[in-house]
Design a protein around this ligand. Structure first.
Ligand SMILES: NC(=O)c1ccc[n+]([C@@H]2O[C@H](COP(=O)([O-])OP(=O)(O)OC[C@H]3O[C@@H](n4cnc5c(N)ncnc54)[C@H](O)[C@@H]3O)[C@@H](O)[C@H]2O)c1
Ligand SMILES: CCCCC[C@H](O)/C=C/[C@H]1C=CC(=O)[C@@H]1CCCCCCC(=O)O
Length: 261
């Protein structure tokens, strides 16, 4: 899929990985809806992106992705503003082992909601023209994190759901490709949450262990994650792909043994 003139919705788009993806999309002449809970950061981000890429190419929609109605409104506002929807990046995520139910709501349940809403607006089964969905998981789904058991579970879940939905989309001829992104540590504000007892709960005592892992494995720039995301969007051969991004191997793909059925 070429990006020029395409319309993308990015959840968690106000900062971090989501903002980097939004910038990369705008650089390639796509239109972007930044969907984020944080009003101030989101409005500031939009102002900067408008200055860099011109007005009319980006909107900010304050929305809690766990609120199904608000998320549906954000999808509808995006189509109302730009006339269509081609790309959805379900990126919003949190790290909270104390309020772990919230972590499941944001990191997994809302990715499922966002995927189904994306299909309502892009799938041929709904009379639309097709598109691409990228769901954001983590390398925590491959090198599980004893300091983040529920975060780890949500990221495993995003991979399983996305791979199953990609097969469903192919079998059902939705015209939509669905891929999953698994970055290692990335230099964003999310990493600061490992210091907070409010986020880590009883696991905060292991924060030095976590920092040692960050030192060992390295920390990626958000721009590299954006590069990988654009590849998942533009490479029409990719559906059900599990992209890993690490300091040691860069952008690469996880392969699964074919089940002998
Ligand atoms: N930073 C990393 O090391 C890393 C590594 C692998 C995967 N990830 C994943 O990448 C995604 C983005 O993480 P990040 O590092 O950019 O984090 P971040 O905290 O910098 O940005 C996340 C954004 O999501 C928004 N958000 C949080 N909850 C929301 C909600 N309920 N509704 C709407 N928006 C909400 C926040 O306001 C924020 O702007 C997450 O899914 C995260 O799990 C991050
Ligand atoms: C504080 C919240 C931020 C969480 C960010 C991210 O989702 C976490 C990933 C790490 C969690 C445990 C790991 O080992 C994961 C990192 C594994 C890195 C593996 C690299 C392997 C390699 O380089 O070959």
């Amino acid at each position: 899929m070429a990006l020029h003139g395409r319309v993308a919705l990015v959840t968690g788009g106000a900062q971090g990985i989501g903002r980097a993806v939004a910038e990369a999309l705008l650089k390639n002449a796509a239109k972007v809806a930044l969907v984020d809970l944080n009003k101030q950061v989101g409005e500031d981000c939009k102002k900067i992106l408008d200055q860099e890429f011109g007005e009319g190419n980006c909107i900010f929609l304050q929305c809690d992705v766990t609120d199904r109605g608000k998320l549906q409104d954000a999808f509808e506002s995006t189509v109302q503003e730009f006339g269509k929807l081609d790309i959805v990046i379900n990126n919003a995520g949190i790290n909270n082992e104390k309020n772990w139910e919230k972590t499941i709501e944001v990191n997994l349940t809302s990715v499922i909601k966002g995927t189904y809403l994306a299909l309502e607006h892009m799938s041929k089964e709904h009379g639309k023209d097709g598109g691409v969905i990228v769901n954001v998981s983590s390398m925590a789904a491959f090198l599980h994190s004893p300091q983040q058991p529920v975060y780890t579970a949500t990221k495993y879940g995003v991979i399983g759901f996305t791979r199953a939905m990609a097969d469903a989309a192919e079998e059902g001829n939705y015209g939509v490709r669905i891929n999953v992104l698994c970055p290692a540590f990335v230099d964003t504000p999310l990493l600061q949450s490992i210091e907070q007892e409010d986020n880590m709960g009883k696991f905060v005592k292991y924060k030095d262990v976590f920092k040692e892992k960050m030192h060992k494995f390295g920390v990626l720039p958000p721009s590299l994650i954006a590069e990988g995301t654009l590849r998942l969007i533009t490479d029409n051969s990719l559906n059900g792909a599990v992209m890993k991004i690490t300091c040691s191997k860069g952008i690469h793909f996880h392969t699964y043994e074919a089940l002998s059925v």
